[in-house]
Design a protein around this ligand. Structure first.
Ligand code: ATP
Length: 244
């Protein structure tokens, strides 16, 4: 086995306000793999997403110890734009869509931040989600919740990612919509060898889409296993997640 694409080791992260969000947490993900991080409210899921995408600084959080390696390089203290330019792309919690910009401009905005070799084409976005193409001149804020999440997925794929970090993609959406979104994302990711880190409070749903997962609790990884093990293991993890 080669090195994992991403390796987070013993990471400790704290916010300026004092919240100690991650405690010696470690995860890894290989190229093309689909891995989940599940956990309750406040477990540290969003903080680990911010850490991997090098966005802690924007939220006044500090990596106190530990490291993040990506593609063999130590990226722990990289700025976020460098991570993006190297193929680490987020679908952020809350989608990060700019409501008073058109659908097309939301996509163009990411294109200008990318080096030429990482720029996908708008045509690909429209063919993946025809509804976005039809509404490309509409303000993004006028789209339905599901369509806005499609826009967030399309925007991530446009950056030709090697690793997609999706944070609470399911939030506020009907299960059928979430399943369609995840199926589309998985298909595209598999086709291009993109690794997907799916960060979700919705454990049952997440485990249907990932090969294996980590369970985060109060900033620590308390369990890990394949989706089947976590679903049917009958151990404390299943009980803890309420998915027995
Ligand atoms: P949720 O599902 O509620 O988003 P989560 O698992 O994503 O939870 P985090 O958002 O990472 O968890 O929060 C972990 C801890 O860090 C919590 O105690 C939270 O209050 C704190 N925290 C998160 N964001 C910030 C911030 N911007 N400033 C200060 N503290 C924060």
């Amino acid at each position: 086995m080669g090195e994992p694409l991403l390796e987070v080791k013993g990471i400790d992260v704290a916010y300026a306000g004092g919240a100690h969000a991650l405690r010696e947490a470690g995860i890894d993900i290989s190229a093309g793999e689909r891995v989940g991080i599940i956990g309750a409210n406040g477990a540290g899921k969003t903080t680990i997403a911010r850490t991997i995408t090098c966005m802690t600084r924007s939220y006044r959080a500090v990596v106190r110890s530990g490291s993040v390696h990506y593609d063999g390089r130590d990226i722990t203290r990289w700025p976020a734009h460098r991570a993006l330019r190297n193929g680490i792309v987020t679908i952020p919690e809350g989608r990060g869509i700019i409501a008073n910009m058109t659908v097309e401009d939301n996509l163009r905005l990411v294109l200008v931040a990318l080096p030429r070799n990482r720029r996908g084409s708008l045509t690909e976005a429209w063919s993946m989600y025809p509804v976005l193409g039809e509404r490309r001149r509409s303000m993004a804020g006028l789209l339905s919740g599901g369509e806005q999440q499609m826009l967030a997925v399309a925007r991530a794929l446009l950056a030709r990612p090697r690793l997609i970090v999706a944070d609470e993609l399911s939030l506020g959406l009907a299960p059928k919509i979430v399943k369609d979104l995840l199926a589309g994302l998985s298909l595209r990711a598999a086709g291009e060898g993109t690794a997907v880190l799916l960060i979700e409070q919705a454990a049952v749903l997440s485990l249907q889409f990932v090969d294996r997962a980590y369970v985060l609790d109060h900033g620590r990884v308390v369990s890990t296993g394949t989706s089947d093990e976590l679903r049917h293991g009958g151990d404390m993890t299943a009980r803890y997640l309420g998915i027995e």
